[in-house]
Write a protein that binds this ligand. Structure first.
Ligand SMILES: Nc1nc2c(ncn2[C@@H]2O[C@H](COP(=O)(O)OP(=O)(O)OP(=O)(O)O)[C@@H](O)[C@H]2O)c(=O)[nH]1
Ligand SMILES: [Zn+2]
Length: 343
């Protein structure tokens, strides 16, 4: 298998950045390990070393880097897109999930999993990351009217691409493949059980169980069993990392406003700039609800997403002071209660 740089996703966007650094070779990162990285070039795969002052955590699967002949990374090229999430634990630090993903396949199914707020949440994520969103509704074969699901999803945003497929039918896969042609990179997100593994295997022509993709085993040893960037049957690429599975919103304020453009536009007409859109006088959003041009449920979903985003984006210090303030409040209530019981 001989690949060219464009086959790997290289474009003029990256070439322009690389032009200033002669003597370096471009590599696309296909796996991030604890202390090294795996890079792919037309010559094949090789292990790359990070610069002395940088941990591997500053790189993401899909990144383009320039390395010297000793395989030491000299430059990380600017990204076209970046998917990240809040790191596990209490910290608000971002964990990079994948870079230079062109298309985010937002996967749901034509059954109980179908959930408009969840789709909106992933749309906001795609906008924020800089990926083109394509909604893929699986299990079209199990319901009588998949068009109805498609129509509901299409109503979420103008010009939104929504596909309905039977992930088990090879004939349906071409629809998906056409959105991520040779040299382009896609990623699948969605809830458990919607058919991501089925699609991944079918699109890449493999039978691998995704459970095998683990960077470390229980003993902390290094057992990378599969590449995190997998080639599809049409020459496109799919990111397949454990982190891709549980993406949450991080600093997605702009992305949310883009998905809820109608609401953010309306809000500029509120009398108060900090309007809570409840019972404030001159609230343009409540006026639209009263006039029947805005669904109250849509306002609820917008609020919920913004709250969730604020939570996910708050700094560690903010999280601590929130917990502290909460602790204080609890103690005050307890004291108050004790006082009353005694009195
Ligand atoms: N009839 C039908 N079954 C499907 C379709 N897509 C997936 N399935 C089935 O749904 C089940 C779950 O599919 P998976 O591919 O494991 O789902 P997943 O999203 O990878 O789930 P996790 O691994 O938990 O994240 C499997 O039994 C699939 O065979 C579809 O389009 N039609
Ligand atoms: Zn208002």
């Amino acid at each position: 298998m001989s690949l060219t740089l464009p086959d790997l996703g290289w474009s003029s966007f990256f070439a322009a950045q690389a032009a200033a650094h002669s003597g370096c070779t471009p590599y696309r990162l296909t796996a991030i390990h604890r202390s090294t990285l795996t890079g792919l070039s037309p010559e094949g795969e090789c292990t790359l070393m990070t610069p002395p002052d940088q941990s591997t955590g500053t790189f993401a699967v899909g990144d383009w880097v320039l390395a010297d002949p000793e395989h030491r990374i000299r430059h990380l090229l600017d990204r076209r897109s970046l998917l990240k999430r809040r790191a596990a634990g209490t910290g608000a630090e971002a964990q990079l999930i994948a870079a230079n993903v062109d298309v985010l396949f937002i996967t749901s199914s034509c059954n109980a999993d179908f959930n408009l707020p969840r789709l909106e949440r992933y749309l906001a994520l795609a906008h924020q990351a800089g990926c083109y969103p394509v909604v893929v509704l699986t299990k079209a074969d199990t319901c009588t009217d998949p068009r109805a699901y498609v129509a509901r999803a299409e109503a979420l945003a103008p010009f939104l691409t929504v596909l309905a497929v039977n992930a088990l039918d090879p004939a349906d896969l071409d629809q998906i493949l056409s959105w991520c042609p040779s040299g382009q990179t896609g990623a699948l997100v969605g809830s458990s059980g919607v058919g991501k593994t089925t699609l991944m295997n079918a699109l890449t022509g493999t039978q691998e169980a995704t459970a095998g993709i683990r960077e470390d085993d229980a003993k902390g040893r290094h057992t990378t069993t599969a590449r995190a960037l997998r080639r599809m049957v049409n020459g496109g690429w799919l990111v397949d990392t454990p982190g891709m599975r549980a993406l949450r919103l991080l600093d997605a304020g702009d992305g949310i406003d883009e998905v809820f453009q109608d609401l953010s536009d309306l809000a500029t007409g509120c009398r108060f700039s900090d309007c809570g859109h409840d019972s404030e006088p001159g609230c343009a959003i409540q006026a639209a609800i009263a006039a029947g041009t805005l669904e109250p449920a849509r306002l609820d979903r917008w609020r919920k997403l913004r709250r969730e985003d604020a939570r996910n984006s708050e700094s560690v210090a903010e999280a601590r002071s929130r917990d502290k303030a909460f602790g204080k409040m609890v103690r005050a209530v307890m004291r108050d209660k004790e006082g009353r019981n005694k009195g």
